[in-house]
Design a protein. Structure first.
Length: 354
């Protein structure tokens, strides 16, 4: 399945994606897309059908590596992101995890302090297929293409662990945190330590930067945002940097809105992932200029294509032209997105003044 285009020998600082994380602006911003390996690609759908479940797919290195590389071959994005899932961490902590077709993840809910106490230490052995995937991918990337690892942020992962599934507003986890703050803090602490270990192993295996996905950050009120979102992410970043001082981080607190300025100042992230909740003018005013930006095209604009897509892309590129910026979406690419719209996006991004 893999085709070895070249060896990954270029100095990391020379890669456009990593230059942006180092704070450099560019006339042509580097680009990758969240969920760039996925159901909108016919080649992904073809290999996905060969695994009995999504979790089996994630834990099969040959398939996960192929999925990671497919969008790089087709589009030449400036970064590949490891194909896996944020819920491999609770799986490696001993919580039963499965994925129901068409319905998303299912976990055995954590209902009490004792349930949280019974979680095991992170099983690195359970995660070895992920590290093997990294090893398979890194030698097959073009020399100019960076490699991103990732994990879910403790709040978002905990919200699935408590509820046993995704919910519209994560009310089960929020209620649990209000009613049992000590137990919930214990769960967050376990996830912080597990995430530090997991990301350090990803970096050892060969990723060059990591993204922390906090997909449900936006449901938290201000005090809870600081306690359950900002502080745990800051602890993960500082913990990894005790082992890898130069580790590069993108933090994506989706829905963080007007919390983003404080989040950028206090987490230590090199870049902040942007959704579509706030305007570029607000971002430029409140996100420190030494923090790179990533995003924030509406995935629906990419789905729509045509003049709407072109105008939205142009506004974002022009708004961030004078600071470090990685072009991306405000959330994952939608499965029904036409491939030709992605091709048009890349043509526009890579045409200065487009």
């Amino acid at each position: 399945m893999l085709s070895d285009n070249s060896t990954n020998s270029e100095k990391p600082a020379e890669k456009p994606f990593l230059r942006a994380l180092n704070g450099e602006s560019a006339d042509v911003p580097p680009i990758w897309l969240m969920r760039q390996a996925g159901r909108y690609l016919p080649e992904y759908r073809a290999i996905r059908s060969t695994a009995p479940s999504f979790l089996d797919f994630c834990y099969t290195p040959a398939l996960a590596a192929e999925a990671t590389l497919q969008p790089i071959r087709r589009f030449g994005f400036d970064a590949a992101i490891l194909f896996s899932d944020i819920l491999v961490v609770p799986d490696a902590l001993g919580q039963k995890v499965s994925f129901e077709s068409g319905e998303g993840p299912r976990l055995e809910p954590l209902a009490s302090h004792s349930d949280i106490d019974r979680l095991s230490e992170l099983s690195i052995g359970r995660l070895e297929p992920v590290f093997e995937t990294i090893d398979r991918v890194k030698g097959h990337l073009p020399t100019e293409t960076a490699f991103i690892g990732f994990c879910g942020a403790p709040w978002t992962v905990a919200s699935y662990m408590i509820a046993g599934r995704g919910t519209p507003d994560q009310a089960p986890a929020r209620l649990f945190a209000y009613r049992h703050p000590d137990a919930f803090q214990l769960l967050i602490n376990k996830l912080v330590q597990a995430s530090i270990l997991y990301l350090c192993r990803q970096i050892s295996a060969g990723v060059e930067a990591v993204q922390i996905f906090d997909s449900w950050a936006g449901v938290l009120p201000a005090a809870e945002f600081n306690r359950w979102c900002l502080l745990p992410v800051a602890k993960i970043i500082s913990g990894v940097r005790l082992i890898f001082p130069e580790a590069k981080f993108i933090a994506f607190p989706r829905g963080g809105a007007f919390h983003l300025g404080s989040f950028a100042e206090n987490t230590g992230a090199n870049a902040i992932g942007l959704d579509t909740a706030v305007s570029p003018s607000w971002i430029n005013r409140w996100i420190p200029s030494n923090v790179a930006l990533q995003g924030h095209l509406d995935p629906l604009a990419l789905l729509a294509g045509g003049s709407a897509q072109h105008a939205a892309v142009h506004e974002i590129v022009e708004s961030y032209r004078h600071r470090a910026h990685i072009f991306n979406l405000g959330h994952g690419i939608l499965p029904q997105t036409p491939v030709e719209n992605v091709e048009a996006l890349l043509r526009q991004i890579r045409t200065p003044g487009g």
